[in-house]
Each structure stands twice: as structure tokens, then as C-alpha cells.
Design a binder for this molecule. Structure first.
Ligand SMILES: [Zn+2]
Length: 102
């Protein structure tokens, strides 16, 4: 009777093993099927030729236009003022302080 219990246990383990193996086979065939159906030669999301597509802003000190993503920025309340360089930003700040002191 003792060997019967072992046989039953072996049968259950074998059953679980076979079940796991069939599940692995199913996932293997499923993944291979999706790999076949991949798009061929799709265009890339962003063209590499475009360097700066950001907005342009006018530097109030020297008057030149700068890309907002590359500019020196100064927050003034809700507005952001853009400058071509740190020099222009500092000059603008000094002028603002000078105007405020009057
Ligand atoms: Zn400037």
C-alpha cells in the first residue's frame, strides 16, 4: 500500500510536468507567430535632418532671435524672457534693477 502512495505522487508530478511543458510549447509557438508578423521597413518616427524645431524668441537686449530650448531664460511672473547669451541676460537684469531704483 505504501508504494501506491508513491505511484500516485509520481503520477501527479508527471501530470504537472507535462502540463507545464505543453504551456511552454504553446507560448513558444505563440511568440514565434508574432515575430513573423512584424512590419517591414517602416519609416523612423523622427527624421534625423531636423535639428531645432523649437520655438524662436526675440532677445530684448540685442534683438536677435534665439531658439527657446537653447536660450538663457529669465522668469518674469508668468512670462519667460529669452536671451542669446548670459551677457544679454545680465544686461537686461541690470537695466531692470536700474529702472526699479528710480
Ligand atoms: Zn543677445
Amino acid at each position: 500500500m505504501g508504494s501506491f502512495l508513491l505511484d500516485a505522487l509520481e503520477f501527479i508530478i508527471l501530470g504537472l510536468f507535462l502540463k507545464a511543458m505543453f504551456q511552454n510549447l504553446g507560448s513558444f509557438f505563440g511568440s514565434s507567430r508574432t515575430q513573423v508578423r512584424r512590419p517591414q521597413g517602416g519609416p523612423p518616427m523622427a527624421p534625423p535632418t531636423a535639428t531645432h524645431r523649437g520655438e524662436m524668441a526675440r532677445d530684448p537686449v540685442c534683438g536677435m532671435f534665439v531658439a527657446t530650448e537653447l536660450s538663457q531664460q529669465l522668469r518674469q511672473g508668468t512670462d519667460t524672457v529669452h536671451f542669446c547669451s548670459r551677457e544679454c541676460l545680465e544686461k537686461y537684469q541690470k537695466d531692470a534693477e536700474h529702472a526699479a531704483s528710480r
